[in-house]
Design a protein around this ligand. Structure first.
Ligand code: NDP
Length: 331
């Protein structure tokens, strides 16, 4: 028997509740590889799956945790053998399939990636889905021509998980980073990650009908959408791109017009971390091992245990979590 955070649903009231319980290997879903999980993390989606479900969880009881890192214990697939270190993000694990908030997980071999050299399982989860997504966003901006001498790159939702890692990666690669935050008390934290400019959130949340604003940003990693993305698009320099990764500020793009696209050749790039093919996942993890300053990572980490997750899950849905919550499932 081992520990897992199990979410159950009361069929009468429709309410869900989460608690640490003992479960057995036989309770786990089918899969080719059994992993002894060491660390998992808390992401916005995990907050939804611990709490209301929001349509992501189809079947209860459920074990959330959209990412994990650990050691292979048993494998029916020739690519993995016991003792191999592995990392998993996405593939709807923690939503449609039981996830990383347990001391063991059983998954398909295709969903795993070997842990790249230079990362241990705790560092991999300090990065986690948020950091993996941040790296995909940076790679997409580079693929669309972003270069260091193009000017400042904006990161929205900067004190959150994706924003923190995006800030650190971009600064480490030599870009000037402007970090947008609604939490002025996080200025020292963001400057420590490498941001050279702090932009207060409310400077970018007023919806305007202006067709364009003055060109300011070479590119943007946007975790917020809503009114902020509508404004940012109008401030991107000619030919620049916005990598849109999230919707912490709303599911629409408020106040957006066609003008930035046709008058400034701006690109809006959608980033999905969930269904990335294996080769892209491997490439992104290898870049993370190479291009993420590991000394910055510790400043982002808030350690947690399985029993801390019900509260932290509620906090992340209110935008109150800073950086990356790393869950030691064996603590
Ligand atoms: P966090 O909650 O850690 O960060 C989001 C940040 O956005 C907050 O810290 C806050 O930053 C800012 N924010 C929150 N609410 C608002 C608001 N109403 N208006 C403006 N800014 C706001 O979440 P993550 O970084 O883990 O994820 C961010 C988004 O990305 C979520 O929507 C998540 O679902 C999505 N996501 C998408 C992925 C993909 O594959 N595309 C993968 C991972 C996440 P500050 O306090 O600095 O202003």
């Amino acid at each position: 028997m081992f520990n897992a955070l199990v979410v159950t649903k009361d069929e009468d009231s429709g309410k869900t509740s989460a608690a640490v319980q003992q479960i057995a290997v036989d309770d786990l879903p089918q899969g080719e590889v059994l992993v002894a999980v060491e660390y998992s993390t808390l992401n916005y989606k995990d907050g939804l799956c611990i709490g209301p479900g929001a349509g992501l969880v189809r079947k209860y009881p459920h074990v959330p945790g959209i990412d994990f890192a650990g050691t292979v214990e048993e494998s029916a697939d020739a690519r993995y053998k016991p003792g191999d270190k592995v990392v998993l993000t996405g593939r709807r694990v923690g939503e449609a399939h039981w996830g990383g908030y347990a001391q063991k997980a059983r998954v398909l071999a295709d969903w795993l990636v070997p842990l790249p050299e230079g990362l241990d399982s705790r560092a991999a989860m300090a990065v986690g889905t948020a950091g993996f997504t941040a790296m995909l966003a940076v790679m997409a901006l580079e693929d669309h021509g972003l270069q260091k001498d193009h000017g400042p790159v904006l990161v929205t939702g900067a004190a959150g998980g994706v924003g923190s890692v995006a800030t650190a990666i971009l600064a480490h690669l030599g870009h000037e980073v402007a970090a947008v935050t609604g939490r002025p008390e996080q200025e020292a934290y963001l400057r420590g990650l490498g941001a050279s400019q702090i932009v207060p959130r409310d400077e970018l949340t007023e919806v305007t009908r202006k067709p364009l604003e003055s060109e300011q940003w070479a590119g943007c990693v946007d975790a917020v959408a809503g009114a902020m993305l509508g404004r940012v698009l109008k401030q991107i320099k000619y030919g620049g791109s916005v990598a849109a990764i999230g919707l912490a500020g709303g599911a629409a793009i408020e106040g957006a017009l066609i003008t930035p696209f046709i008058l400034r050749s701006v690109n809006l790039l959608g980033i999905d971390s969930v269904m990335q093919p294996y080769d892209n996942r491997l490439r992104a993890w290898q870049r993370i091992a190479r291009d993420l300053p590991m000394d910055k990572l510790e400043a982002m980490v808030q350690p947690a245990t399985l029993s801390d997750l019900p509260q932290l899950g509620a906090d992340i849905l209110k935008g109150q979590v800073k950086g990356r919550v790393v869950v030691d499932v064996n603590a």
